[in-house]
Design a binder for this molecule. Structure first.
Ligand code: NOJ
Length: 561
C-alpha cells in the first residue's frame, strides 16, 4: 500500500548508515492543542497536516502523536472507545492517511500512541461486560471482582488511582442491584484490560497491524509498566509519591512493572519486526532505578524508553552528570541508546519546572496558588540552556510541542476551565496537567494566536503565548525557535547524537558541564561563575558577556586547530 512504500523510501535513505531511531529527534504533537483547522477550538489532523512543513523546517526526524482515536475524551483521548478509528473531533481515517503521506513526503516519520492498559468505559467490550453480568466471558476481558464486606460494599483491595481516589468502581448489575467492582489504574472511565487473557493479546496484535499497515513508523506505548497485575491483587500501602505515574517505589507495587509484562513486549517486537523500515516501540515506563527501566529495551523488547530519570533531574550540574553517565552505561549494557526528554503532556513544562527548584511530582502540576512560581524570563532562559545541552547528548531526544518556542506552563487557568481528571478527582488539591496542554501560538496577531480560525481554544492561552508565537520568533536572531533550528541543523551535519558511545567529558569548574563531540565543544554553565569561551560560537542559548558564558546558559563552539 502507498504509505508503506513511502515509509520504506525514508528508511532506504539512511538505513545503510545507521538505525534511525538510535539518534532521532522525535517531536511530540498533542493533537488537541497543535493546530485546529475546523474552528472547534480543538486541534485536528488536517490542522497537523497543514503545519507539518514547519516541523520539517525545524529539523526533527519524526513526530509522535498523542491519541487521536475514537474516545469520549474523559482523559484527553487516553480513554479509547475504538482503537481502529479516528475520533470525529480530530477528523477521519482518510485525514490520518493524508497526514502520514504528507509527513513521509517531508521526510518525517510518524509514531502513533497506543494505549493497551485500558479502554474507555464506552468501548463495546466494556459495555458488553456490564450487560453480561458476573461470571460471564465478557467480564473476563477486564478486571471485575466481588467487593469485600458483608454485602460486597467495600472495594476488593486498597489500591489508589493515579488520578486520586480508589482504583475500583462498583457497577450496578443488569438486574439493578449493586454489583461487582472493576479496576482502573486511572480514571473511572478507563477500565483496565485483563492481559492474562489471550483474546486481549490477540486483539492488540490486530490493532498494531492495523496502524502499521497504514504506514506508521512505530508506537509510543502508554503505561508500558502496567498491564500485568500481581496474582491475587494483594493490598498495597502507597505513599503520595507513588500515586504519580509510578515513580518512587513503583518496582514494589503490585500493579506496576510485574515481570511478566515483558512477555507482551517480546510478542509486540515480533509484530513490528515483520514490517519493513525499522518500525519502533518506545516505552512509557515510569520505573526506577534506570537499571530496572533498561529491562524494557532489552534486544528482543522495545527500541527506546523515555528517560524519565533525566526528565526529573533538577537543574544541577553534578546531578545531571550523574544521570547522564548512569543512562549511557545502563542502557548501553543492554545495547540500547539512551533517550533524553525535558517536557511532555504530563509534566510541568521545563521552562517553568527547571526554575521551580523543588520536586514537582509528575502529573501534579502548578497553578495560581502554588508557592514559589518562577519569573517567566528566568524560566525560559534556563529552559533554553537545558534544551541546547540535551540536544548535544548521544542517543535519541524527544521534544514536546511548544518547547521550541520556550513556552512556559500556563498557570492562570480558571478553575472552571480545567479539564484534567486529576484536578477533578483530587477536588482541586492537584492542579494536574492542563497547564502544559494549552493550544500553541502560531501567529502573534491572529485570533487564538493562529491556533484556530474562529479564535476558540479548548484551554485559555496566556498573554505571554502571544509574545512567544512562532511568527514572532521565525527568522529572529537569538529567538528560541532559531536556537532549536540551528541546533538541529548542526546535530544533523555533525552527526551529533549518533553512536551509543560515552560522553567525552572535559574538566570543568564547579556548576559547569563541558563535553566534546568531534570538533564541537559544548559548555553548559548550570550555576557556575562565568566561563571564558574560546573558538567559534556555533549556537548559544544566551549571548556571551565579555567573551564568557554566564550561568543558566549553554554554548556550542567549534574548537580551532
Ligand atoms: C500516560 C499518559 O501519558 C497520560 O496522559 C494518561 O493520562 C495516562 N497514561 C493514562 O492513559
Amino acid at each position: 500500500m502507498a504509505h508503506t512504500v513511502a515509509a520504506q523510501d525514508i528508511a532506504t535513505a539512511d538505513a545503510a548508515a545507521h538505525d534511525w531511531w538510535r539518534s532521532s529527534v522525535i517531536y511530540q504533537i498533542y493533537p488537541r492543542s497543535f493546530a485546529d483547522s475546523s474552528g472547534t477550538g480543538v486541534g485536528d489532523l488536517r490542522g497537523i497536516t497543514a503545519r507539518l512543513e514547519s516541523l520539517a523546517d525545524l529539523g526533527v526526524d519524526a513526530i509522535w502523536l498523542s491519541p487521536f482515536y475514537r474516545s469520549p475524551q474523559k482523559d484527553a483521548g487516553y480513554d479509547v472507545s475504538d482503537f481502529r478509528d479516528v475520533d470525529p473531533l480530530f477528523g477521519t481515517l482518510d485525514d490520518f492517511d493524508a497526514m502520514v503521506a504528507r509527513a513521509h513526503e517531508l521526510g518525517l516519520r510518524v509514531i502513533a500512541d497506543i494505549v493497551p492498559n485500558h479502554s474507555s468505559d464506552q468501548h463495546p467490550w466494556f459495555q458488553a461486560a456490564l450487560a453480561a453480568g458476573p461470571g460471564s466471558k465478557e467480564r473476563e476481558r477486564y478486571i471485575f471482582r466481588d467487593g469485600k464486606g458483608e454485602h460486597g460494599e467495600l472495594p476488593p483491595n486498597n489500591w489508589e488511582s493515579v488520578f486520586g481516589g480508589p482504583m475500583w468502581t462498583r457497577v450496578t448489575e443488569p438486574d439493578g442491584t449493586p454489583g461487582q467492582w472493576y479496576l482502573h489504574i486511572f480514571d473511572t472511565s478507563q477500565p483496565d484490560f485483563d492481559w492474562e487473557l489471550e483474546e486481549v493479546r490477540e486483539e492488540f496484535d490486530g490493532v498494531l497491524r492495523f496502524w502499521l499497515d497504514r504506514g506508521v513508523d512505530g508506537f509510543r506505548v502508554d503505561v508500558a509498566h502496567g498491564l500485568i497485575k500481581a496474582d491475587g491483587l494483594p493490598d498495597f500501602v502507597q505513599d503520595d509519591e507513588e500515586a504519580s505515574m509510578g515513580g518512587g517505589a513503583a518496582t514494589q507495587s503490585p500493579y506496576w512493572a510485574q515481570d511478566r509484562v515483558h512477555e507482551i513486549w517480546r510478542r509486540w517486537r515480533k509484530v513490528t519486526d515483520e514490517y519493513e523500515g525499522q518500525r519502533i516501540l518506545a516505552a512509557e515506563a515510569w520505573v526506577y532505578p534506570l537499571e530496572f527501566m533498561a529491562n524494557w529495551v532489552r534486544p528482543d523488547e522495545m527500541h527506546q524508553t523515555f528517560n524519565f530519570g533525566y526528565m526529573e533531574t533538577h537543574w544541577d550540574a553534578a546531578d545531571l552528570r550523574a544521570v547522564i553517565d548512569d543512562s549511557i552505561t545502563t542502557f548501553g549494557a543492554v545495547g540500547a541508546p539512551s533517550t533524553w526528554v525535558l517536557s511532555n503532556h504530563d509534566m510541568i513544562r521545563h521552562a517553568t519546572r527547571l526554575a521551580l527548584g523543588k520536586d514537582t511530582p509528575q502529573g501534579h502540576g502548578v497553578g495560581p496558588a502554588s508557592p514559589g512560581l518562577p519569573d517567566v524570563e528566568e524560566g525560559i532562559r534556563r529552559a533554553r540552556a537545558a534544551s541546547l545541552f540535551m540536544l548535544s547528548l548521544p542517543g535519541g531526544a524527544y521534544l514536546y510541542q511548544g518547547e521550541e518556542l520556550g513556552l512556559p506552563e500556563a498557570i492562570d487557568i480558571p478553575d472552571e476551565a480545567r479539564q484534567d481528571p486529576t484536578w477533578h478527582r483530587t477536588e482541586g488539591e492537584r492542579y494536574g496537567r492542563d497547564g502544559c496542554r494549552v493550544p500553541l501560538p502560531w501567529e502573534a496577531d491572529a485570533p487564538a494566536y493562529g491556533f484556530s480560525p474562529t479564535g476558540d481554544a479548548w484551554l485559555p492561552q496566556p498573554a505571554v503565548y502571544g509574545t512567544l508565537a512562532r511568527d514572532a520568533q521565525s527568522g529572529v536572531e537569538g529567538s528560541t525557535l532559531e536556537m532549536y533550528r540551528a541546533a538541529l541543523r548542526l546535530r544533523r551535519e555533525h552527526r551529533i547524537g549518533v553512536g551509543s558511545g560515552d560522553v567525552a567529558w572535559e574538566d570543568s569548574p564547579e556548576g559547569v558541564l563541558i563535553h566534546r563531540v568531534g570538533d564541537i565543544r559544548v559548555i553548559a554553565n548550570v550555576s557556575g561563575a562565568p566561563v571564558p569561551v574560546e573558538g567559534d560560537v556555533l549556537v548559544t542559548s544566551h549571548a556571551l558577556e565579555d567573551g564568557a558564558l554566564p550561568a543558566d546558559a549553554t554554548v556550542w563552539v567549534r574548537v580551532r586547530g
